[in-house]
Ligand binder design. Structure first.
Ligand code: F1P
Length: 347
């Protein structure tokens, strides 16, 4: 899915705004802020992108769930770029939020969507079609990673138009993007260990997911996948919030899954994890290849094959998707057609 989505980069040495449609340079060049609107998994992709847009493109960004935004009287800056994200392009709340935003004066609109002939694509002049192929199951997975790739490209285009990306940095980013499909495939090497972990979740009622920074939305996505397909109650928290409430839930029956890339926040995260361990919580940690985190009593650690810098969120979601998948298999739930859920929520 990622290889297809990124194929359009070809062998180019630069990233062209034209990736988002014919008039995109004109529309994007003096954008002052970005508003992202989506539902479910697509909303989580938007939350990751906020970190990228702020730190790489230096552009203010807010992210809203479409099901609420459509009822808000927000006061937008006319130079806002409205980005809607949807796998299906038919999600009623996302379409309604887009219509609402247009009535509020937001006319620069771009969608990231997996279905070229969808309503969402028809209603946006700028668009990026993720070429993930059809999602067989209800729970969105490969669409999510391709949405992240599209949002990263958008970040780079905006950074470039704002003079924040020199030629060397652009070449480095392009190489990193082109290597992504291989990096994701390599993660499958740790699937046997993830399958082993999944057996320990078979009788669990609840699970807690922790992350920090741009990996907090990845923890949210991991919790959503586990809920959707295995019916285990799962919540995600930014790890620093633990002591403000959720720590009260932690005991030996509460597995705690930590997204622990080796970035600037790792020392803070480690101290949060010690707080969990001190309360008897069993930890399942996804660390990076170059991380010093080691297994010990009640702390299980899996190292991802690579450490991927700014794009690491895109890699760290894959083991969480695999964990949800294997837990669902162990519990005998239907991974493709979870109860009560529709593939595309059109009402
Ligand atoms: C949004 C979404 C999906 C979820 C399920 C229900 O869909 O919440 O994230 O997995 O399919 O709908 P979309 O707008 O991305 O198509």
């Amino acid at each position: 899915a990622l290889a297809n989505t990124l194929e359009m980069l070809g062998t180019a040495h630069s990233i062209q705004p034209g990736l988002f449609g014919a008039a995109s340079e004109e529309t994007l060049k003096d954008v002052r802020q970005v508003l992202i609107i989506a539902c479910g998994t697509s909303y989580h992709a938007g939350l990751v992108a906020r970190y990228w847009l702020e730190s790489i493109a230096g552009i203010p960004c807010s992210v809203e769930v479409a099901s609420e935004y459509r009822y808000r009287d927000s006061v937008p800056d006319p130079a806002t770029l409205l980005v809607t994200i949807s796998q299906s392009g038919e999600t009623a709340d996302t379409l309604a939020a887009l219509h609402h935003a247009k009535t509020l004066g937001m006319l620069r609109t771009l969608c990231i969507c997996n279905v070229p002939e969808s309503s969402l694509v028809r209603e946006n002049s700028l668009r990026f079609i993720t070429r993930a192929g059809p999602e067989i199951g209800v729970a969105s997975t490969k669409a999510f990673t391709t949405q992240l790739a599209a949002l990263y490209l958008l970040t780079l285009v905006l950074a470039k138009l704002r003079g924040r990306l020199d030629e060397r940095a652009e070449a480095t980013e392009l190489n990193a993007l082109r290597h992504l499909p291989i990096a994701v495939t390599k993660i499958l090497e740790i699937e046997p260990e993830i399958r082993e972990w999944s057996e320990q979740f078979s009788m669990k009622q609840h699970a807690l997911f922790l992350g920090r920074g741009r990996h907090y939305p990845i923890a949210m996505e991991g919790a959503l996948k586990l809920k959707e397909i295995s019916y285990i109650h799962a919540e995600a928290y930014p790890a620093g919030e633990l002591k403000h409430g959720p720590l009260a839930l932690v005991d030996r029956d509460m597995p705690v899954i930590a997204v622990a890339p080796n970035d600037a926040l790792i020392e803070k995260l480690k101290s949060n994890l010690q707080e969990v361990r001190a309360r008897g919580g069993e930890l399942y940690v996804f660390a990076d290849a170059d991380s010093e985190m080691q297994e010990s009593d009640g702390i299980h650690v899996l190292h991802l094959p690579e450490h991927y810098g700014a794009l690491s969120a895109l890699l760290h979601v894959v083991p969480l998707q695999l964990l949800a998948y294997h837990v669902a298999l162990v519990r005998g739930t239907d991974v493709d057609k979870p109860r009560n859920l529709a593939k595309s929520v059109t009402v």
